[in-house]
Ligand binder design. Structure first.
Ligand code: BES
Ligand code: MN
Ligand code: ZN
Length: 542
């Protein structure tokens, strides 16, 4: 069970916690925490030794520096942990959340049952600074929840004994409780995405992922449309079906919708949900294959975001679409040289079965575009090339729309997540020409993240669109900032900020076309999928 996280008001002295966290800013930088009252109070109980000790240890309150101090009986708290917020006069919610998360994560090392965070000095900061306008105390709640995250579902008895944290209390004013609750709710969306990524692939496969989505939709009042293999065949999602064909676990297509009373517009988020990517017939080497349980991280971010959208209730219709499949080798698996007709009708020549993500996304983007959203965003652990370009800490994003590019950069900054814009280099589009049909599905190795984005663009039907390639930050081999080792929930916060932004002031002009799912959709260029035989193998054009 995750710890209970609550906002509390009584004086620190009356709260029996094992460990006290005090956020601190450097002295003399003019920030509100230069001399937090909490530290002065504590210094008294330490007989004036605490501040001297901080100075001696050269703890200055620089960003994300922490110092854990055992109190050896001098305080009601067994330990005190000071965490640096950095010297900026105007702290952002992302900085606050990160500093708290780092502190709480470090606190876990002394196995406390109850942690107290003294956030009194933060309460006066800019109310809009937290994610989705959740203020400074929303940021503290977010940091506390994300920092205390542990994936313990499969722990054995011995491991469970080390999971001690039951409660995190945050000292702050009652007036901040709406912000605090909002921050906690947002954090649950991120933690859901982490859990999904951390699940082993024998437990989380397309059917069970879709079932989770259905449960979440039900409990949050979202509309859920879930297509099984048969329904996907009828719809003509042949690229997606091809990817799933090598697995005993059949693919699923998930479409959740949040609809407010008077929507001012609509947006669609599309996630890659490959629950395990072995590479298929073009099988991956053993090294790193296990990490491919995280190949559904884009889909997990979309579901994490959708799981909290009803609580945040933007004045927008929000679609969450996830293409789920497992990519496996098999006697019936799709192969290099196959030609498959997409939902859009375009023919695609398969080159490498390990480039499966763009195939699933192609059909999902066509589906999303037909909902006529104002804009759409996809998230996918799409290419190793992005990892090579930016390293593990950053995701790439691509868009041809300048307003969306700017909004994405700002949203990522507010969220404290790392996204770097990469160019859609038109010259590389030539690599996607096929001798035998409309398109081939991969280009050369060099510029591989870009040619993947250019392939996806073929399926966006001209709608404003952002492609986010998130192979690094969604699954980390060590803890960093807000995030633990393993699944991180990266992209959930940025997506929420994008929605918040578009709801407060349209980023792109609202789409005037109807968003009735597929009723107003342009006639498919290809004929419907073959009624019998293997989907997508019959040439659909006369
Ligand atoms: N899921 C992988 C991309 C990936 C690699 C994600 C490493 C996270 C970490 C994707 O399906 C893939 O295999 N891409 C290939 C594409 C290539 C065959 C054109 C790649 O990047 O090597
Ligand atoms: Mn692959
Ligand atoms: Zn993949």
């Amino acid at each position: 069970m995750p710890p209970k996280i609550a906002l509390v008001q009584p004086s620190t002295k009356s709260i029996a916690a094992d460990l006290l966290i005090v956020p601190v800013q450097p002295k003399g930088k003019g920030g509100p925490l230069a001399f937090p009252q909490a530290l002065a109070e504590l210094d008294d109980t330490f007989g004036g030794e605490l501040l001297k000790y901080l100075e001696k240890q050269r703890f200055t309150g620089e960003r994300n520096n922490t110092l854990l101090i055992p109190s050896l009986g001098r305080s009601v708290y067994s330990s005190v942990l000071v965490t640096g917020l950095g010297g900026e006069a105007e702290l952002t919610g992302a900085q606050i959340a990160e500093s708290i998360a780092i502190a709480v994560r470090q606190a876990l090392s002394v196995r406390p049952q109850h942690v107290l965070v003294d956030a009194r000095a933060l309460a006066d900061l800019d109310a809009q600074s937290g994610v989705y306008g959740s203020g400074a105390l929303g940021a503290v709640a977010l940091g506390a929840r994300l920092g205390s995250y542990q994936f313990t579902k499969y722990y054995g008895e011995k491991q469970k004994k080390n999971v001690t944290l039951e409660r995190v209390s945050v000292l702050g004013p009652k007036s901040a409780s709406a912000d605090f609750e909002r921050g906690l709710s947002i954090a649950e969306g991120v933690c859901l995405a982490r859990d999904l990524v951390n699940e082993p692939p024998n437990e989380l496969y397309p059917e069970t992922f879709a079932e989770r989505a259905r449960q979440i939709a039900k409990s949050k009042g979202l509309k859920a449309t879930i297509l099984d293999e048969k329904a996907m065949k009828a719809a003509g999602m042949n690229l997606h079906l091809a990817v799933g064909r090598g697995s005993r676990k059949s693919p699923r297509f998930v479409h959740l919708t949040f609809t407010p009373k008077n929507p001012k517009g609509s947006v669609a988020f599309v996630g890659k949900g490959i629950t395990f990517d072995s590479g298929g017939l073009c099988i991956k080497p053993m090294q790193g294959m296990a990490d491919m349980k995280s190949d559904m991280a884009g889909g997990a971010a979309v579901l994490g975001m959708m799981s909290v959208i009803a609580d945040l209730a933007p004045s927008l219709t929000v679609h969450g679409i996830i293409g789920l499949a497992e990519n496996m080798p098999d006697g019936d698996a799709y192969r290099p040289a196959d030609v498959i007709f997409s939902l859009s009708g375009k023919g695609v020549e398969i080159i490498n079965t390990d480039a499966e993500g763009r195939l699933v996304l192609a059909d999902a983007l066509t589906y999303a575009a037909r909902l006529n959203p104002d804009f759409m965003v996809d998230a996918a652990t799409l290419t190793g090339a992005t990892l090579i370009s930016l390293g593990p800490p950053y995701s790439a994003f691509f868009t041809g729309n300048e307003a969306l590019a700017q909004a994405m950069t700002e949203s990522a900054k507010r969220a404290g997540e790392s996204f770097w814009r990469m160019p859609l280099i038109e010259e590389l589009a030539a690599e996607l020409k096929s001798d035998i049909t409309d398109l081939q599905h991969t280009g050369q190795r060099y510029g591989g993240a870009i040619s993947a984005a250019l392939f996806l663009r073929e399926f966006t039907e001209g709608r404003p669109w952002i492609h986010a390639d998130v192979p690094g930050p969604t699954f980390r081999d060590r803890a960093s900032g807000l995030h633990p080792k393993g699944g991180t929930g990266h992209a959930v916060l940025t997506f929420l900020e994008l929605i918040h932004k578009h709801a407060s002031e349209p980023i792109v002009a609202p789409s005037t076309a109807s968003s009735e799912p597929h009723k107003s959709a342009p006639k498919k260029r290809g004929a419907p999928a073959a009624k019998s035989g293997k989907a997508g193998q019959r040439r659909p054009r006369a």
